[in-house]
Design a protein around this ligand. Structure first.
Ligand code: ZN
Ligand code: ZN
Length: 346
């Protein structure tokens, strides 16, 4: 024993500490506490989880959530180091589980271990999004229409697919209220009912990027909530009169639309295979779209003439052969009908 030895004022043992020895320090420290219950709130319709006041989408099952929920009930003294909490969960009923916890750590260089039990409460509550959807809440409508015609099946299908992709991206990015409430195909197009204005703008831009066209917005005041004016916006989207692969008649010649620009179209002439621009006003009519063409077999081909078997009548029809046509006997060419006339398309 030297003059430098220090004594614990509580138990009298020698110690390197100033004041209490480590053992007495551990004994006099309430190093952990454990709440009796921990509650998790989730939406029964979509499984979103509420943390604080914020809903988040989650793919986790109750069995994945339970250990962390149980651990959230434990509060450790800041001096506890290397804490490890082992959790065993027993499900009691649909909305109750019991978690048995073993808490281990180091406190003032002494190992410590305690046990506690936490009741896990599985609370169900409709989330903000499901609440809005079930209450038919919406902030706008994207009206997909076509200029001077009815959108094709293909365009309607594409538009709805694009809208769903936009929704998926926003939802994955955590924009929970940017949802599609409903989608209705009506006689002259598609109505997409949307939960936020942001998704409306993005849907319009994405559809236009793929199908062309333009959109205008028309807000309408629908009421007031906590001093804020509430608007519903109609996004009037017009896809162009022409679509890619439309076959048109212009100045007596058939041509297939290659690209749609704002006031003209670029076409491939179906007689000589050349490309040119045609103004909208110079289009006599649309005879169909090459996507809907039917195959017809080439039965013979010589220098200038090819013969095609009309699939409807079984008769052979002769055509002038053009350089762009692949016209070996046996191959199929795609044809459209314009009244009596058969038009070979690309
Ligand atoms: Zn002591
Ligand atoms: Zn929900």
């Amino acid at each position: 024993m030297s003059i430098l030895d220090q004594f614990c004022p509580k138990c009298g043992k020698t110690t390197d500490n100033e004041g209490l020895c480590s053992e007495c320090q551990v004994k006099s420290t309430k190093w952990f506490s454990c709440d009796k219950r921990a509650q998790s709130t989730h939406c029964p319709s979509c499984d979103a989880i509420k943390i604080g006041n914020t809903w988040t989408d989650s793919l986790k099952e109750r069995s994945d959530l339970a250990p962390d929920l149980a651990r959230s009930a434990v509060h450790l003294h800041p001096d506890v180091k290397k804490a490890v909490i082992d959790v065993t969960v027993v499900d009691m009923t649909v909305n109750r589980s019991r978690a048995y916890l073993v808490i281990r750590g180091q406190l003032y260089n002494k190992p410590v271990e305690e046990k506690c039990t936490v009741e896990l409460v599985w609370h169900k509550e409709q989330c903000d999004r499901c609440n809005r959807i079930s209450g038919s809440y919406y902030e706008g409508v994207v009206q997909v229409r076509a200029d001077g015609r009815i959108p094709s099946k293909y365009e309607i299908q594409q538009a709805s697919l694009i809208a769903q992709q936009v929704e998926d991206n926003l939802q994955a990015g955590g924009e929970r209220l940017s949802f599609i409430n409903d989608m209705n195909e009506i006689h002259d197009g598609l109505d997409i009912i949307i939960g936020s204005q942001h998704i409306g703008t993005l849907i319009c831009k994405a559809i236009i990027a793929q199908l062309g066209g333009r959109y205008t917005t028309h807000p309408k005041l629908v009421g007031e909530k906590s001093g804020r004016q509430l608007f519903r916006i109609t996004y009037a989207l017009r896809i162009p009169r022409f679509q890619k692969q439309d076959v048109i008649l212009s100045r007596g010649r058939y041509a297939e639309v290659d690209r749609v620009e704002s006031n003209h179209i670029r076409v491939m002439d179906l007689a000589d295979g050349s490309f040119r621009a045609v103004k909208d006003v110079d289009v006599e009519r649309i005879i169909g779209n090459a996507r809907n063409a039917i195959p017809a077999q080439v039965v013979f081909s010589d220098k200038d003439i090819i013969g095609i078997l009309d699939p409807d009548t079984g008769h052979t029809i002769e055509f002038k052969k053009f350089a762009w046509m692949c016209a070996r006997p046996g191959v199929h060419l795609n044809i459209l009908r314009d009244g009596e006339q058969i038009v070979v398309v690309r």
